[in-house]
Design a protein around this ligand. Structure first.
Ligand SMILES: *Cc1c(COP(=O)(O)O)cnc(C)c1O
Length: 695
C-alpha cells in the first residue's frame, strides 16, 4: 500500500483542492488513486444519505473516494461528533482508514483542519496521523503568516515522529479578499516570497516544495480545463508521491551490514541468528519493516512499563534535550537530578536516604559492591570483602556483577581466571505462592554464619529472580535474611533493577516483605525504558560510615563517578516516567494483567514438556523440561503476532502495563499454541505449523 496523509497548516488551506487535483493528476498518469476523508463535517442530506462536500469535489475532478465518519455540523470533528453523540477515537478511526485503503496504487487520506484540531476531548488530528504512521503531504495556505504556520506544522510532525513527504503551497483566497490596506503589488510580493522562503525552509529540512498553486479564477464552478490546469500544476507532486517511500520491503542491505558487522547480545559475530528490523513502536506494539506488527511481550527486557511513544515521556526528552542534554556531574548539579532523587526517596523503602546515579544496571551493581566494601573498610573490618549470592541469580554482565550471577548459567568457567570468587547459596526453594517452609532458609543461615567474617554483603534479587531462571520465592525469606544480616553485621544489597517500579504488583519487590535493604539498585524501568539510567540508594548508616573513613580507607570519599553520571536527559525522562507511573492506576493494571496471565497460561499446565507455570504481577512464566530452541520458538511467535524471546528453559512474558486484553490474548494464545505444538512434536513448535501460521 502506498498511502499519504494530506494535512493542512490550517483550516481552509486548500487540502481538498490539492487532493482533488492529485487524484486527477494520478488518473492522467494512469496510476490508480483513491481518496479517503476519515472525518467529514458539514455534510448535507442528499439523494443517497449524507453527502460529503469534499468527496463531491474529488468526484467533480474525476477522482474516486469516500468519507468514513460523516457529520452535519460544519465545525471541528470533536464538536460535530459530540453533537451527534459520537466519540471519535484515533485508534478506531485509524483501523477504519486502513480497511478503506486501496490495495493498488495510491491512497490519500485527507485530514480535517490543521494538525492540532481536536478529534475528541483528549486527541487531535495529529494522534490519528500518528496512529496511521503515513508520510504526510503538507498543504500550506499561501497567505500572510504562512511561513510561521508551515514551520510550526513541520516541527509538530517531526516531534510526532512523522515524515513530511513534501509541501504544496496553495493560494486558497481570491485576490479580492485581500486584507484592506495591502496593495495588490505588496500582496503579490508577499505571495511570491512565501514560495521562495518556503522552498528554502523545505530544503533545510529535506522536505521539498512540490507545487505552488495559483489562485484559480473560475474555481467555484470549475470546468474541465480548470481541473486540467490544476492537475498539471500538481503533476510533479504526483510523480514524487508515486515513487516515495518505496523502501518498506525488507531492507536487505541493512540486514546484511548488521549481519556482517554488528554484535548483538550473547551472539556470535560470525554465525549470528537472524534479526528483524524494527521501524517504530506504539503502545504495546512493535512495527517491523515490511508492515508486520507484533505485540511486545518483553517490555524490551523489563523496562518499557508505559509502552512505546508515551506522549509525556517523549515530550520530556524533547524538552530536556533542548534545555541541557548533558553536563558533567562533578562540581555541578541540576534540577532533573535533584527532582529525580526527590521522587525516588518518596517511593523507595523507608530508610534509604542517599542516592548515587549511575548509567546502567550493571554499573549500579558495581557501585553497590564498592559501597559494601568501602563500608566494611571504614568500619574497620577490611577483611570482609567477599559477597554471598544466590544460585539462579542474575546481576549484570560487568565482571563484578557477573561474579554474583549463577556460576553455571553465568558462564563463570569461561572467566574463572579473572572473576572474584564469591560464596553461593542454593536458590530459595520456597515458592512465592506456598506457605513459608522454614527449611528453605537453612542453607543461607548455614553459609552466612560460616562466612560472615569474610563477607561484605549479601546480594539478592528480592522475591523474583529474573534472567537467571524467572523464579519467584517467598518474601519471608527476605525478612529472615534481613534479620540475619543485622545480627552478623553483613550488608544486605537488594538488586531491584528488574523488579522495581511495579512489575511484581508492588512498587518494589522488597515491599512484599516490608524490608529495607542497606543498599538498593534500580534501573531498567526507571526511565520507562526511554534512556539508560540506574541509581544506587543507601541508608544513612552506610553513607555515614563510608564518609567517616580515615585517609588510609578512602578518606570518606565514595570512589566512583561515571562520565554520564546524573545525565540530565535521562533524569528528566525518569522524572516524567515516575510521574506517569504514580498518576496511573498501575496497581490495578498489574493486578489485572496477573489475573489475565494466570487464566491465559493455565492451559499449559500439565502439557507434556512443561515443568511449571507461574505468574506474579505482570510476569508470566512457562518453564519447560528442557532448554528451548530460541529461534524456532521465536519464529513461531512472530508468525502469531507476538514478540516473545525465551531463554534456557523459560518461555516468559512481561508486557508493558498499558497492554490491552486483546493484545494480552495474542501473547498467551501464542505461548499456549507453541507449547502444545512443542508437545506434539517433541521439543519445538513444528516448522510446518509455523509456515501455515504465516499465511
Ligand atoms: C538487567 C539486570 C541487571 C543489569 O542491568 P543492565 O542495565 O543490563 O546493565 C542487573 N540486575 C538485574 C536483576 C537485572 O535484571
Amino acid at each position: 500500500m502506498n498511502a499519504f496523509f494530506v494535512a493542512g497548516t490550517d483550516t481552509d488551506a486548500g487540502k481538498t483542492t490539492v487532493t482533488a487535483g492529485l487524484l486527477r493528476a494520478f488518473r492522467r498518469a494512469g496510476v490508480p488513486a483513491f481518496a479517503v476523508k476519515p472525518v467529514q463535517t458539514g455534510c448535507v442530506a442528499g439523494k443517497e444519505g449524507l453527502e460529503a462536500p469534499d468527496v463531491s469535489l474529488w468526484k467533480k475532478a474525476g477522482g474516486r473516494g469516500l468519507a468514513l465518519y460523516a457529520f452535519r455540523v460544519p465545525c471541528s470533528p470533536h464538536l460535530a461528533a459530540r453533537m451527534e453523540g459520537v466519540n471519535l477515537r484515533s485508534a478506531e478511526v485509524a483501523r477504519a482508514c486502513r480497511e478503506a485503503a486501496a490495495r493498488e496504487g495510491v491512497t490519500l487520506f485527507e485530514g480535517a483542519g490543521g494538525l492540532y484540531v481536536p478529534l475528541n476531548e483528549e486527541e487531535t488530528m495529529l494522534d490519528l496521523m500518528r496512529a496511521l504512521r503515513l508520510p504526510v503531504l503538507l498543504v500550506v495556505a499561501n497567505r500572510l503568516g504562512c511561513l510561521n504556520h508551515a514551520a510550526l506544522s513541520l516541527d509538530a510532525l517531526e516531534n510526532a515522529g512523522l515524515t513530511a513527504a513534501g509541501m504544496v503551497l496553495c493560494r486558497a483566497v481570491p485576490p479580492s479578499r485581500t486584507d484592506a490596506g495591502t496593495s495588490a503589488e505588496a500582496e503579490a510580493l508577499i505571495l511570491e516570497d512565501n514560495a521562495e522562503s518556503l522552498a528554502r525552509e523545505g530544503e533545510r529540512r529535506g522536505v521539498p516544495l512540490l507545487a505552488d498553486i495559483p489562485w484559480m479564477e473560475n474555481f467555484s464552478e470549475p470546468d474541465e480545463e480548470a481541473w486540467d490546469r490544476l492537475a498539471a500544476a500538481l503533476e510533479p507532486a504526483a510523480r514524487h508521491l508515486a515513487s516515495f517511500g518505496r523502501g518498506d520491503e525488507d531492507n536487505e542491505a541493512l540486514l546484511a551490514f548488521d549481519r556482517a558487522h554488528l554484535w548483538h547480545p550473547y551472539t556470535s559475530a560470525m554465525h549470528p541468528l537472524p534479526v528483524r528490523e524494527v521501524t517504530g513502536a506504539s503502545g504495546a506494539r512493535l512495527f517491523l519493516r515490511g508492515g508486520t506488527e507484533l505485540v511486545d511481550g518483553m517490555s524490551s527486557w523489563w523496562c518499557r512499563v508505559h509502552g512505546y511513544g508515551n506522549a509525556r515521556l517523549v515530550r520530556a526528552v524533547q524538552k530536556q534535550a533542548a534545555v541541557l542534554s548533558h553536563v558533567m556531574f562533578g562540581g555541578l548539579t541540576h534540577e532533573p537530578a535533584v527532582e529525580l532523587c526527590r521522587r525516588l526517596l518518596c517511593l523507595l523503602p523507608q530508610g534509604l536516604e542517599h542516592v548515587f546515579l549511575a548509567d546502567s544496571g550493571s554499573v549500579a551493581v558495581e557501585a553497590a559492591m564498592k559501597m559494601a566494601v568501602q563500608f566494611q573498610q571504614s568500619a574497620g573490618r577490611g577483611e570482609r570483602s567477599r559477597f554471598v549470592a544466590l544460585r539462579g541469580a542474575y546481576h549484570g554482565d560487568t565482571l563484578g556483577a557477573m561474579s554474583l550471577c549463577d556460576p553455571v548459567t553465568g558462564m563463570h568457567s569461561l572467566f574463572s581466571g579473572v572473576l572474584p570468587k564469591q560464596i553461593f547459596v542454593e536458590r530459595p526453594s520456597c515458592r512465592f505462592d506456598e506457605p513459608f517452609d522454614e527449611a528453605s532458609f537453612a542453607p543461607m543461615e548455614r553459609v552466612l554464619r560460616a562466612h560472615a567474617a569474610e563477607t561484605a554483603a549479601v546480594v539478592v534479587e528480592p522475591v523474583v529472580q529474573g534472567a537467571g531462571g524467572m523464579w519467584f520465592y517467598h518474601p519471608e525469606y527476605l525478612r529472615r535474611l534481613r534479620a540475619l544480616c543485622d545480627e552478623l553485621d553483613v550488608l544486605l544489597v537488594a538488586d531491584e533493577i528488574a523488579t522495581g517500579f511495579g512489575r511484581t504488583g508492588r512498587m518494589f519487590a522488597c515491599d512484599f516483605a516490608g524490608v529495607t535493604p542497606d543498599v538498593m539498585c534500580v534501573g531498567k524501568a526507571l526511565t520507562g525504558g526511554m534512556m539508560t539510567l540506574s541509581a544506587v540508594a543507601a541508608t544513612r548508616r552506610v553513607a555515614e560510615t563510608i564518609s567517616g573513613a580515615d585517609a588510609a580507607h578512602g578518606g570518606g570519599l565514595f570512589m566512583h563517578g561515571p562520565t554520564f553520571m546524573g545525565n540530565p536527559l535521562a533524569c528528566a525522562v525518569a522524572c516524567a516516567s515516575l510521574d506517569e507511573l504514580v498518576s496511573s492506576p498501575w496497581r490495578e493494571r498489574v493486578q489485572h494483567i496477573e489475573e489475565t496471565l494466570k487464566r491465559g497460561l493455565a492451559p499449559c499446565r500439565g502439557m507434556s514438556g512443561v515443568r511449571d507455570v507461574r505468574v506474579l504481577g505482570a510476569i508470566g512464566v512457562v518453564e519447560m523440561e528442557r532448554g528451548v530452541d530460541v529461534q524456532a520458538w521465536q519464529d513461531y511467535f512472530v508468525a502469531r503476532g507476538a514478540w516473545i524471546r525465551p531463554f534456557g528453559r523459560t518461555v516468559y512474558v512481561m508486557p508493558p502495563f498499558v497492554i490491552s486484553d486483546e493484545e494480552l490474548a495474542v501473547l498467551t494464545g501464542a505461548v499456549c499454541a507453541a507449547a502444545a505444538s512443542a508437545a506434539r512434536h517433541g521439543g519445538n513448535p513444528a516448522e510446518e505449523e509455523r509456515e501455515r501460521n504465516r499465511c
